[in-house]
Ligand binder design. Structure first.
Ligand SMILES: [Zn+2]
Length: 94
């Protein structure tokens, strides 16, 4: 929907772009960022690194979500996330 402007479920072309899927409290990806205190102590703060945007079909209600600017996200540092292992490919018979 983001690129085609058409719903993949019902083919309607009334697609609404929603800047944040929860305007009152935007959904964000976060990472733990180190901090150094005034007295030299160190700690961590949670830092927002990616906002969720959405596209919704006004006809059937199908909802698609994306992270804004994915190439700017430090993916390995995102809290609460882990990489999905790609499926193992079997060698073709020879
Ligand atoms: Zn639809």
């Amino acid at each position: 929907m983001k690129h085609s402007g058409r719903c993949p479920k019902c083919a309607a072309e009334r697609i609404l772009h929603i800047e944040s899927s929860r305007p009152e409290e935007p959904r964000m990806l976060v990472r733990r960022a180190p901090t150094v205190g005034i007295l030299g102590g160190d700690g961590h703060v949670l830092e927002a690194v990616g906002r969720v945007e959405a596209f919704v079909c006004a006809e059937c209600g199908y909802l698609e979500e994306y992270i804004v600017r994915p190439k700017s996200i430090p993916w390995d540092d995102v809290i609460g996330a882990s990489w999905v292992e790609p499926p193992k490919r079997e060698e073709p018979y020879r």
